[in-house]
Design a protein around this ligand. Structure first.
Ligand code: AHM
Ligand code: MG
Length: 342
């Protein structure tokens, strides 16, 4: 980051718009459509963040899903986040199709608008079971190039591409502050929302997952339901905690927040398959793939316990998967235990 000649001690302030534009310059063939799409998502993030900040008040003004004192319908925040993402992206001519964790089927672009060249998939409000308790939640997004010809309606096949075909992915965390983290395949970059000016400013440039792990993250309450390999791997982490104290456990129960901490602090997040969820719980397309893309760009790795998440060809929109994500060494260790002990 260059210093400013006007204030030598202050690093240049880089807004998200400027950063995305600078990233575009790495791709001379780029037309600017992806740049605008990312900017639209950042705007959606700001709008959702502002609703999140009022969430407690919404409870006072009227129960979610009910009528507030102005006689208006109060929308549930996950529905509101979903509609915000849709409304900012349906008419721009940049997308061929969308898909959201909140909808059973693909979301077509209305016929009156141009069908563009990208595909947007999102989990509008991940961790929404935490909302009532003022715990961090987030929006996760994944962007693919469409398979068919521009101008024609996008199809489900456009949405069932493996993560290795992603052109961009990211997430927005609504926590103590709001952060936007994204990658277009040129590193991972994080921005913090300055609420006083309403702009995302570059705060975490070129994030790399630390080589030394700090935390492991899983819902250990399910321990007895896990396979022997997963139990053994967990005991290995517990032992590390109790002997060297070099690692400790944290679990929020919002994937996006647990992942964000793992990315910045180093370690592993895992949500295994178990007897009651043989496919795992998390969604391959809306959750695992975009985060796998990000972690790979940050020098980490994501697996379903047997193979690279990014190599899996989805067969259904809402397909579930086991997920092990974080430091390469730890994820490989998990794979190794699963291979050896099941
Ligand atoms: P959801 O799609 O019902 O919101 O579930 C996804 C969430 C993730 O954010 C989180 O990692 C996980 O479910 C927590 O599950 P659990 O309560 O079983 O630990
Ligand atoms: Mg989710």
């Amino acid at each position: 980051m260059a210093s400013s000649p006007f204030a030598p001690n202050i690093d240049t302030i880089i807004t998200i718009e400027r950063h995305i534009l600078e990233q575009q310059s790495f791709h001379p063939e780029a037309t600017g459509v992806l740049t605008s799409l990312l900017y639209d998502i950042a705007l959606a993030g700001k709008m959702i963040a502002s609703q999140m900040a009022r969430a407690g008040l919404a409870q006072i003004l009227g129960k979610t899903g009910g009528i507030n004192i102005q006689g208006e319908q109060v929308m549930k925040l996950d529905k509101l986040a979903d509609e915000t993402m849709y409304m900012l992206n349906d008419h721009t001519g940049r997308l061929a199709v969308m898909a959201s964790e909140e909808h059973e089927h693909i979301i077509p672009i209305p016929k009156e608008y141009h069908s563009g060249k990208y595909v947007l998939m999102f989990d509008p409000l991940d961790g929404s079971s935490n909302i009532d308790y003022n715990v961090g939640v987030g929006t996760i997004f994944a962007i693919y190039q469409r398979l068919g010809v521009e101008g024609e309606a996008g199809t489900i096949e456009d949405c069932l591409q493996p993560g290795s075909k992603l052109v961009a992915a990211g997430y927005i965390v609504y926590g103590a502050s709001t952060m936007f983290v994204y990658s277009t395949g040129e590193g991972v970059h994080g921005f913090t929302l300055d609420p006083s000016i309403g702009e995302f400013l570059l705060s975490h440039e070129n994030i790399q997952i630390p080589k030394i792990p700090t935390y492991y993250s899983c819902n250990q309450g399910y321990y007895t339901r896990w396979s022997e390999g997963v139990q053994k791997f967990t005991r290995y982490l517990q032992e590390m905690t109790n002997t060297t104290r070099s690692i400790s456990m944290r679990y929020v129960g919002s994937l996006v927040v647990d992942f964000h901490r793992t990315l910045l602090a180093g370690g592993i997040f895992y949500y295994p398959a178990d007897v009651s969820k043989p496919e795992g719980k998390l969604r391959l397309t809306y959750e695992a793939n975009p985060l796998a893309f990000i972690v790979k760009q940050a020098g980490g790795y994501a697996s379903n316990g047997h193979q690279d998440i990014l190599e899996i060809k989805p067969h259904a929109l809402h397909q579930r998967t086991a997920l092990y994500i974080g430091n390469q060494e730890l994820v490989r260790e998990a794979e190794e235990n699963i291979k050896r002990y099941g």
